[in-house]
Design a binder for this molecule. Structure first.
Ligand SMILES: [Zn+2]
Length: 242
């Protein structure tokens, strides 16, 4: 039950498999510029000091957006089986409906942060509404998660205004550097194939989504491949130091 299965999520963000259209190229250009100009305390795409294409092995972060969902416990079971800690970016209104799932994620030792309260694009919200979404969501997160001011904007949609608004409220915006493209398919084989075709570099923040059986099914293969490549799987908090 992905809430955004029919919505193009890549605005402002480049993807490894994105077609090299003029639009995609100019998006990548805008992203490279933003990445160079904005301090990682405001917006982070990957571990500071690492870069795409550098090769080798290092730390990478698995992130899961759009939960909690009815499949959350299944995701947790896979992560537990492999001894992996990950980051979950949760939608506030779903947290309000399923506090027991939020607690289950926390108790399993994963990192939790907000992903908007209503999952509306931050770029469509005025500053007051945006801060309201950030704070209402954070208030629903247990323990340390409720103190951390970290957010992943729905759809990865950011503007200078939305980023500055979030930063003024003390929030670091965490995006991603590697898109599993699990929003673009319903097949586990295709999710796994993304990782076979596009090696993950050290420092990458990898985007997945909750509530998708195909992501769940691909996860063991993805984890095994990343480990075979020598990567250590961790949270965005570990990569970014916040
Ligand atoms: Zn989302």
């Amino acid at each position: 039950m992905s809430m955004e299965a029919d919505i193009f999520r890549l605005r402002g963000i480049s993807a490894p498999r994105a077609k090299t259209s003029l639009k995609a190229r100019s998006r990548r250009g805008a992203k490279a510029l933003a990445e160079a100009l904005l301090p990682t305390s405001l917006v982070a795409w990957r571990e500071p000091g690492t870069r795409r294409g550098q090769g080798g092995a290092g730390r990478v972060a698995l992130t899961f957006d759009d939960g909690p969902t009815e499949l959350t416990r299944d995701y947790l079971a896979v992560l537990e089986r492999y001894g992996v800690r990950a980051s979950f970016f949760l939608v506030g209104e779903l947290c309000a409906r399923h506090p027991e799932l939020v607690l289950a994620i926390q108790r399993a030792g994963h990192e939790i942060a907000g992903h908007g309260y209503t999952h509306r694009r931050f770029t469509n919200l005025g500053p007051r509404a945006l801060v309201d979404e950030l704070e209402r969501t954070r208030a629903l997160l247990p323990g340390e998660a409720g103190k951390r001011r970290v957010v992943r904007p729905p759809h990865g949609s950011v503007s200078l205004t939305s980023t500055v608004t979030a930063a003024s409220a003390g929030y670091t915006t965490v995006l991603w550097s590697y898109d599993s493209n699990d929003w673009a398919t319903h097949r586990a084989d295709e999710v796994a194939a993304t990782f076979a075709e596009h090696p993950v570099d050290p420092g990458e923040i990898i985007l997945f989504h909750e509530g998708q059986t195909w992501t769940l099914d691909a996860l063991p293969r993805v984890i095994e491949r990343l480990r075979q490549a020598g990567h250590e799987l961790t949270t965005t908090g570990d990569l970014l130091g916040r």
